[in-house]
Design a protein around this ligand. Structure first.
Ligand code: ADP
Ligand code: MG
Length: 260
């Protein structure tokens, strides 16, 4: 039986910067509709690998296929519409209003986003459409990141890529936005790849967790399999952090009323 190609395929992708091998031969498929988290220490090559998808980085070896086609063969404007990108850090243009920030992708492609569409995108990320005229420095960190997500969705992408989208946010805002993105993923029928350095976030939000270590993909497991001890040493070291926290909290609850 013929199976459809995956939405995204990394085929032996290698990225070298001079002496540094940021990504060393990564091969993996991302299926339509999946929500994949990518976890790994700082400098393990996560951002570099993501940037090969929209050709911000060109691999020195291997290929990246999007819908079965090599990304370097696709028209950049078209590719960037089909792939929504939430950058590491906040990444809004400070001198552009919220509306202008959201409309930047289509504008670069020579299109104008209607005011109604901008309002709709703001509503999607639960921001009041009145925020359209605000400047980024008039927003909280969480609101700015909601705008970042609205901007990534402006071109009606098939694939949503997020590079540590919630890293700078407080835990409560972070949890709410994580759940919002997962809900949008379902509602809009997206395929999502999210980089996070937080294994707990990965386990709670994703269907599948990829672990990067020094440029290599060292684990590719479901959250359930990771919690059952699979994925190898590096993955298990990352899983042990939230696990030990959860155990300590459970133990504290078991002690009942705090002693006075
Ligand atoms: P991560 O996102 O996992 O923290 P990166 O992909 O940003 O990791 O970086 C992986 C490695 O590649 C690091 O050693 C980083 O310094 C190096 N690197 C990334 N981009 C460049 C670049 N444009 N030029 C030189 N080295 C780079
Ligand atoms: Mg990074």
């Amino acid at each position: 039986m013929e199976t459809a190609p995956p939405l995204l395929r990394f085929d032996g992708v290698t990225c070298r910067f001079g002496e540094v091998t940021a990504v060393g031969g990564v091969t993996c498929d991302i299926a339509f509709g999946s929500f994949v988290a990518m976890v790994g220490a700082s400098g393990s090559g996560k951002s570099t690998l993501l940037k090969t998808v929209n050709t911000l980085v060109e691999p020195t070896g291997g290929r990246v296929l999007f819908g079965g086609e090599e990304v370097t063969q696709l028209k950049p404007a078209r590719l960037r519409r089909r792939v929504g990108y939430v950058f590491q850090g906040i990444g809004l243009f400070p001198h552009f209003s919220v509306a202008e920030n959201i409309a930047i992708g289509p504008r670069l492609a020579g299109e104008k986003l209607a005011r109604e569409r901008i309002a709709e995108l703001l509503e999607l990320v639960e921001l009041d459409p009145a925020y359209a005229t605000r400047m980024p420095d008039e927003l909280s960190g969480g609101q700015r990141q909601r705008v970042g997500v609205a901007r990534a969705l402006a071109g009606e992408p098939e694939l949503l890529i997020m590079d540590e989208p919630f890293g700078a946010l407080d835990p409560v805002t972070r949890d709410a936005l994580g759940r919002k993105v997962r809900e949008l993923h379902e509602r809009l029928g997206l395929t999502t790849v999210m980089v996070t350095h937080d294994m707990a976030e990965a386990l709670l939000l994703a269907d599948r967790v990829l672990v990067m270590d020094r440029g290599a993909l060292v684990a590719d497991e479901s959250p359930r399999a990771l919690l059952a001890g699979k994925g190898g040493t590096v993955a298990q070291r990352l899983v042990s952090v939230p696990r030990e926290q959860a155990e300590k909290l459970a133990a504290m609850e078991g002690l009942g009323e705090p002693r006075s």
